[in-house]
Each structure stands twice: as C-alpha cells, then as structure tokens.
Design a protein around this ligand. Structure first.
Ligand code: GTP
Ligand code: ZN
Length: 237
C-alpha cells in the first residue's frame, strides 16, 4: 500500500520554525476568509457541563449556511420576561484556551461564567468568529505584525481586513431558541450593543467587564479604547 500523502504543507512547517522577527514571505499570502452568508441556525443537542462555578447546560448549534458550529452555555430558567445576564463572546483560542496575556478574552469569559453562576441565571453565546472574524491563522499573522510594532487595528488593515469583521446575525435565532429577548449584556464594547439592538435584541443594560488587564495587553486595551470605542478605564488613569 502506498504511503498517504501528508495532509500538511511541509514548507509551512519550516516557516513555523523561524525565530527571527522578520515576517516570512508567505505571511503576505492571503488566507481566505469566507464571505459572510446570512446565517441559518439549527439547534442540535444539549448536555450538562460542570465547571468550577456551576453546572451549565451546553447547547450545540450549526449555522448550515457557513457550516460553523456555535454553542451557548445557559444556567437557570431563561424563558421568562426578565432580562437575562449575558455574555456574547467571540472565540479567542489563544486567550480562552492558552491563557494568552495579549488580550483580555480568557479572563472575561471566566468572569462572565462566574457572575452568571453567582446569579444562578444567565447565558453565554460563544460565537466561532475567531480573531474578530479573520480566523486563527490570520490572527497569528496580525500578532506577528503587532510584534513588529503595529497596533491591533493597523495589523488587521495591513493584512487587508477591516478592524472588526464580526457579524452578530446568528445571535437572534440562538436567543429565540431559549425564548430570550432581552439581555443585561456584559461587554465594554458599545458597538456590540448597537449591533445586537439593530437585530431586535433588547439590551436594557450594559454591564462593564473590566478584568484581565496586565502589562502585556496594556497597548491592546488602549487601542481598543481609542480606535474601537471600547469603554475601558485603564489602571494608569
Ligand atoms: N484580529 C485580531 N483579533 C483579535 C486580536 N486580539 C483579540 N482578537 C479577537 O477579538 C475578539 C474579541 O474581541 P475584543 O475586541 O477583545 O472584545 P469585544 O468582544 O469587542 O468586546 P468585549 O465584549 O468588551 O470583550 C476575539 O475573536 C479575539 O480572537 C487582535 O490583535 N487581532
Ligand atoms: Zn483574545
């Protein structure tokens, strides 16, 4: 039987071994990002998810238009008229899973789960739009440019992307699945509030979630405040 051909590009493996700060030539090659189709959200199944703070229910959804899988974590009775404590969290593998100090995502996710557990009721929508919608590999390329001096917005633009390519159209059908129409939303990003309101989601309250500040993400946070409109008070102030 013949050897199966390798599934990975071995040249890309060489690139991974680079240690110099010069961006490799191949980092200028576009990594395509699929055009955003109108989401078609289908609920699939749910299970218990014990965490250090509470046992949540984990609900799986598929966007059949994009093939992307999204999840919601819920706690308590959501199907009544009282606004629900909520976090609409965009995937950040580096921050959520690898403890990266470049951003504040992991700390925000943990804090959101903790606050929901304390209240006994709430929802996290975990949206698979990594890197503000440019994807993981492009985010690594953006981080490389940031290592060379660009800020988080310039790096996206240097790669040919908008500063924020996220879409929230899938939130409304995910929330509707739980009978949730109004959120007390944990976010520092007023643009996220406006985007959700435009979709018909009521947001009677925005709740700041100022956690995870550290020396490695100080510039990142000030850029979010100055260029992306986030409401973030920095420790130096
Ligand atoms: N392209 C890019 N994406 C990043 C960078 N840092 C974090 N992200 C992504 O940004 C998303 C999180 O967005 P943030 O701007 O941190 O925060 P937000 O969701 O707008 O606002 P909050 O609700 O306050 O957290 C996640 O998808 C991360 O993967 C970066 O430097 N470049
Ligand atoms: Zn992050």
């Amino acid at each position: 039987m013949s050897e199966p051909s390798p599934a990975v590009d071995l040249l890309a493996g060489d690139a991974n071994a680079r240690t110099d700060a010069t961006p490799p030539a191949e980092s200028h090659l576009p990594v395509p990002v699929a055009a955003e189709a109108e989401p078609v959200i289908r609920y699939v199944d749910s299970c218990d998810l014990p965490t250090p703070w509470a046992t949540f229910r984990l609900h799986g959804f598929i966007d059949t238009a994009s093939g992307k899988e999204h999840v919601a974590l819920t706690l308590g009775d959501l199907d009544d008229s009282a606004p629900v404590l909520a976090r609409v969290h965009s995937e950040c593998l580096t921050g959520d899973a690898f403890f990266s100090q470049r951003c504040d995502c992991g700390a925000q996710l943990e804090e959101a789960l903790r606050r929901i557990a304390t209240e006994g009721r709430g929802i996290v929508l975990y949206l698979r739009q990594e890197g503000r919608g440019i994807g993981l590999i492009n985010k690594i390329r953006a981080y490389h440019l940031q290592d060379l001096g660009a800020d988080t917005v310039q790096a996206n633009e240097d790669l040919g992307f908008a500063a924020d390519q996220r879409h929230y159209g899938l939130c409304e059908p995910m929330l509707a699945h739980f009978g949730v129409g109004a959120l007390r939303l944990m976010t520092n990003n007023p643009a996220k509030v406006v985007a959700l309101q435009k979709l018909g989601v009521l947001i009677p309250e925005r709740i700041s979630i100022l956690v995870g500040h550290n020396p490695s993400n100080q510039r990142y946070l000030s850029t979010k405040r100055e260029k992306l409109g986030h409401v973030i008070g920095l420790p130096a102030e």
